[in-house]
Ligand binder design. Sequence first.
Ligand code: NDP
Length: 322
Amino acid sequence: MVNYRYLGSSGLKISEITYGNWLTHGSQVENDTATACVHAALDAGISTFDTADVYANTVAEQVLGDALKGQRRASLEILTKVYWPTGPKGPNDSGLSRKHIRESIDGSLQRLGTDYVDLYQAHRYDTETPLEETMQAFADVVRQGKALYIGVSEWTADQIRAGRALADDLGFQLVSSQPQYSMLWRVIEGEVVPASTEVGVSQIVWSPVAQGVLSGKYAPGAELPAGSRATDDKGGATFIKRFLRDDVLERVQGLRPVAEELGLTMPQLAVAWVLQNPNVASAIIGASRPEQVEENVKASGVTIPAELMTRIDDVLGDVVER
Ligand code: NDP
């Protein structure tokens, strides 16, 4: 089963593996496969689910809500997000204004089929809205019982510090940050992790398998595997491209002996690696098939010895983004 970790300085425990539905639900995969993935996650002991209003233009929230129907609400932690910089039409259909936050949470709750989300996250930082306004709006959302905790995503160390300080003043808990983090993408280690640790904020990290690249299935010089995200013309292909370079793919193949030494598969090694960071509360895994959930979830509870952590650094060398 899956281990639990506290979210930041709060009393909320979340499963150290979260299931997320970006690019899959309402897009890459049919609804019955989406439901099968959610049920595989539940069967494996995952209780934390991450989505966003913007995923598949709101459809992903609906698909997740439908797939979770009938589950005991108290046994789930449901996470969603507000504000994506591009896309929506009207002038107030975006941003972190009081108006948009108020309207967005109601839409998310309706689609998810729940009275409250456990964690409501600012998907990006909005440079055009005063942070005070955003934080007051989040305080209202918490006071109204529509969200229990507040988080942010891809905010800088200074933005996290400022947000947390305002939240403390306003009397609600800003406890998480959701950044990209994997063996190949370690940008948060320099500033975001130290600042977050200092103020009681955890990381819930996205793309721990680098969107499938760290599974080792993309071999250098070979054709892209049929049906993989890299071949998905609905959006996945554009995001994964940064990793689809022969120098990266060759280094990734070098991780295979490390995984074998630990008795792990490559995706399990990738997920276990992000969980070695004590500031990480959970790794959000994506899946296009239930078997991927069943495989990746086994990374929970794995300890990678220091000597192998060093070997991973040596193998990957300068293809790591820091
Ligand atoms: P991953 O790095 O876990 O990539 C998941 C994809 O990798 C799967 O859909 C699958 O794609 C492939 N894969 C996974 N496991 C295996 C396996 N065992 N064998 C072979 N291939 C495998 O994470 P995601 O990029 O999906 O992101 C996870 C979540 O993070 C999202 O759902 C979302 O909740 C969150 N997120 C948040 C963002 C933010 O800005 N806050 C941005 C992006 C994501 P396939 O089979 O199609 O090749």
